[in-house]
Ligand binder design. Structure first.
Ligand SMILES: Nc1ncnc2c1ncn2[C@@H]1O[C@H](COP(=O)(O)OP(=O)(O)OP(=O)(O)O)[C@@H](O)[C@H]1O
Ligand SMILES: Nc1nc2c(c(=O)[nH]1)N=C(CO)CN2
Length: 208
């Protein structure tokens, strides 16, 4: 009878058969996430609502962003009441719009997913493009990132032509630049403030 073979070959370290080698791509992703954690990025988020209690919903979205691990809300713009953009005039209720500046250790895709989760929490229905909604959370810009990926296009592909984004963004960050498009101040001068009215009687709270 042959003797049982030793548990480990005598000249080698014990090998745990349940441990798989970590692929280099995974190591690179973990390292990249580590460096993001130590180095928060700034992002600009546009909020819009034209169904239900618009102010309460916008405030809920601001609070939900602040409650997100890895997201700090740094500034919240005044609230603007705006004509629905991109649709037949009078076909939808007016929007409340605002812009939020955040610092985040989340990568762009995770920030988008958080935005979608907030939309779902407010029972947003995606029935038609530019249709009415309880809440819309758009990532306008993420640091200087430029990407044509349709799942997350950065900067937002239509931000530069939307007064309802540029007006509140300019309020909270007058020197801002939209990557690939130039200064927000110049874009705003070109687009104008038509259909974007300050609602000085309401305001969003910056979470403590
Ligand atoms: N920068 C971005 N911010 C938010 N969503 C984006 C962005 N870039 C691409 N998307 C994608 O766009 C898809 C449609 O988004 P959404 O339903 O909010 O469009 P919309 O608000 O009707 O129109 P618009 O994109 O013109 O604001 C989302 O599922 C998302 O994956
Ligand atoms: N005024 C206004 N119009 C819009 C808005 C919005 O937030 N405000 N969002 C849209 C799709 O993102 C389409 N049209």
């Amino acid at each position: 009878m042959t003797p049982p073979s030793p548990a480990y070959p005598s000249e080698q370290q014990p090998v745990d058969p349940t441990v798989q080698p970590v692929p280099a791509a995974v190591t690179a992703r973990v390292d990249a996430a580590d460096s993001t954690l130590q180095n928060p990025r700034s992002a600009v988020i546009a909020l819009g609502s034209n169904m239900g209690n618009r102010l309460e919903t916008l405030q809920g979205a601001v609070d939900a962003l602040e409650d997100t691990p890895g997201v700090r809300v740094k500034a919240v713009s005044p609230v603007y009441e705006t004509d629905p953009w991109g649709v037949e005039p009078g076909s939808q209720a007016d929007y409340f719009n605002a812009v939020v500046l955040v610092r985040t250790t989340l990568p762009p895709q995770a920030l988008l997913e958080r935005g979608h989760a907030i939309e779902e929490a407010y029972l947003r229905v995606r029935a038609e493009q530019w249709g009415p909604r309880t809440i819309d959370v758009d990532i306008v810009a993420y640091q200087g990132v430029v990407s044509a990926d349709p799942v997350l296009t950065l900067p937002h592909p239509r931000a530069h032509e939307r007064g309802f984004v540029l007006v509140p963004w300019y309020d909270v960050e007058p020197a801002a630049e939209l990557p690939g498009h130039g200064a927000v101040a110049d874009l705003l001068a070109a687009v104008g403030r038509d259909g974007v009215r300050l609602r000085a009687d309401v305001e969003l709270r910056l979470p403590e």
